[in-house]
Ligand binder design. Structure first.
Ligand code: GUN
Length: 313
């Protein structure tokens, strides 16, 4: 009897090295800057606009500037006071839209409460919308047309495909993917990307019933809810690949000035289960976001100037 029993596969979970993958992507982008300069006589340019002095946004904007410069691109920083009027912000966006040296425009979110982020995003030229937040880009992604794709979901998809490279050559067709979270910035575009890869996609959210049972049926789990360790190890299917988009800071331990960063998945539990792979927090999806911003800026620069899309990024 025993020789007819199905073979049981067990996995020792692999920790996906987002930091190394992102460093490699940044290098590939940097390698394509000199040929662009050769063709156009200038480097691709990214304009980042920060309104106010939110400390976390300040750190992100500084990192984006440094990464841009390190890749050989031009970085234009615009720091505006917190009290900037919507009219003044929209006027700056108009100037950046018309500036031939600027290929990408990113307005750092969140904006101060008196500014309407929908109106601000709508004012950005879709061809320069390297965040992929403009409705034109969201619509193009939804109908499967070439679009600027939001950086965090794009980076998550790159890590997923790389993880499946050994198993299926990176093909995700027919896999059941669950995206936990339905934000416009991560959950919805992530679901669209997975659908375009021929996955069967479930989008779960705060009103979803039987979340643990749904997650248990998924080959791919993308957790993007912003709730500390909400997805438990026992929910995960054998052989699942888990992408943890959450970055949550725990309260500081006694004597420490900052708490530890943790994701939306209970990583220790997940590692003790027999999933195939998981992204760590920090060092998983996080580093991919800036690498994809550079990639999107390079792509926008090529498309705007009539060059063929860069290959291999
Ligand atoms: N704030 C936090 N993440 C992001 C991002 O990816 N883009 C923008 N514009 N603002 C953010």
């Amino acid at each position: 009897m025993t020789d007819t029993a199905p073979e049981q596969t067990t996995y020792s979970p692999h920790i996906i090295d987002g930091k190394a993958f992102a460093a490699n992507l940044r290098q590939r982008v940097a390698d394509m800057v000199p040929p662009f300069v050769g063709a156009l006589g200038r480097a691709p340019g990214l304009a980042v606009v920060l309104v106010g002095d939110d400390p976390a946004s300040n750190v992100y904007v500084r990192s984006k500037h440094k990464a841009c410069v390190a890749a050989g691109m031009e970085s234009f920083e615009h720091r505006l006071p917190a009290a900037t009027s919507e009219q003044d912000l929209l006027a700056l966006i108009e100037i950046l839209n018309a500036d031939e040296q600027v290929d990408g425009i990113l307005v750092q979110l969140p904006l101060p409460d008196h500014l309407d982020d929908k109106a601000v995003i709508a004012a950005i030229d879709p061809a320069k919308d390297v965040d992929g937040f403009h409705i034109i880009n969201a619509g193009k992604l939804a109908v499967g047309e070439s679009a600027m794709v939001p950086c965090t979901p794009l980076g998550s998809l790159m890590l997923l495909k790389d993880t499946y490279r050994a198993k299926t050559g990176g093909d995700l067709s027919g896999l059941h993917a669950i995206v936990v979270g339905r934000s416009n910035i991560v959950g919805k575009p992530m679901a669209q990307l997975l659908l375009n890869e021929n996955c069967t996609v479930t989008i779960a959210h705060s009103r979803t019933r039987n979340l643990p049972d749904l997650v248990k049926t998924a080959d791919i789990v993308v957790a993007a809810v912003g709730r500390t360790e909400m997805v438990k190890g026992a929910w995960l299917k054998s052989g699942a690949v888990v992408i943890d988009v959450g970055i949550n800071r725990l309260p500081p331990e006694p004597g420490a000035d900052k708490g530890r960063l943790v994701g939306d998945v209970a990583t220790k539990e997940a590692l003790a289960s027999d999933i195939l792979a998981i992204t760590p927090v920090p060092g998983g999806v996080g580093p991919m976001t800036i690498a994809c911003l550079l990639r999107n800026t390079l792509v926008a620069a090529h498309r705007r100037t009539g060059l063929a899309d860069p290959v291999g990024v």
